[in-house]
Write a protein that binds this ligand. Structure first.
Ligand code: BEZ
Length: 248
């Protein structure tokens, strides 16, 4: 998918801040070599570097990597598909925030992360888990069918904790800690919900005429207002998986 990195920085920068919170679990050490998988605009890679570790930032999006290189020219950023990583036993840790739900070839991604790690290296990851954005996706699907005449196909893989942990174990990891938790997520402004859709689901709307495009977004907002509009803001129904695993 083509990423709008400016919209991401302007409207969805809270994702970067949440990624920073995950750094406490990663606890990067000076001298370590760390892969930031799905590095996006590069902000977290920069924070990891400030701890004294060396970072490779990898992302499948050419647009995101161009933005990351522009913002942090001293860092090493590469365009890589998370399901076909080329690295061999060269990292002390793999860090990945808000990315693995985009990787539907989960086993290929896990195999690649395991291969990239030295034995004893760690994976620290957080992404959408089972039932993530369930209300949001259901309302969007219904509105797309009704006003756009199209069937919605989710681009995401939101696995259960048991599912992902089992895959990790099958591919050479010991799962040291795992959480599956609700994380209601404020989307700034009256237009926050549609901005989220325009950012993350642009392909579903591509090619609709202006009236249908507007009707899909407005229909979704109407359906979700009783559920997700609280205290003057949209609250996306995020549910996260957070995992710490060790490469054996
Ligand atoms: C998430 O972080 O859970 C997420 C972000 C964008 C699209 C879907 C899920």
């Amino acid at each position: 998918m083509k990423w709008d990195s400016q919209r991401y920085l302007n409207r969805h920068g809270f994702i970067i801040e949440r990624g920073r919170a995950l750094l406490d679990l990663l606890a990067p050490q000076a001298g370590e070599r760390i892969l930031d998988l799905g590095c996006g605009t590069g902000d977290i890679a920069q924070s990891i570097t400030e701890c004294g570790a060396r970072v490779v930032g990898a992302d499948a999006s050419v647009e995101m990597i161009a933005t990351a290189r522009e913002r942090f020219p001293a860092l090493d950023f590469r365009v890589e598909d998370a399901a076909a990583l080329p690295f061999e036993a060269e990292f002390d840790a793999v860090y990945s925030h808000a990315v693995l739900h985009w990787v539907t070839r989960a086993d290929d991604a896990i195999r690649g992360m395991r291969r990239a790690l030295k034995s004893g290296g760690r994976l620290v990851a957080e992404f959408g888990g089972w039932r993530n954005c369930a209300a949001l996706e259901a309302a969007f699907a219904e509105s797309l069918r009704q006003h756009g005449g199209r069937e919605y196909r989710s681009p995401w893989f939101f696995p259960s904790l048991a599912d992902y942990a089992t895959r990790l174990e099958a591919h050479g990891f010991i799962v040291r800690a795992a959480w599956h938790f609700d994380l209601p997520t404020p989307l700034r402004g009256e237009d926050g919900l549609r901005q989220w859709v325009l950012q993350f689901l642009p392909r579903q709307l591509a090619g609709l005429d202006a009236a249908a495009h507007e009707a899909v977004l407005a229909g979704m907002e109407t359906a979700l207002r009783p559920k997700l509009w609280r205290d003057g803001a949209w609250q996306a129904d995020y549910r996260r998986l957070r995992l710490v695993a060790e490469a054996v």
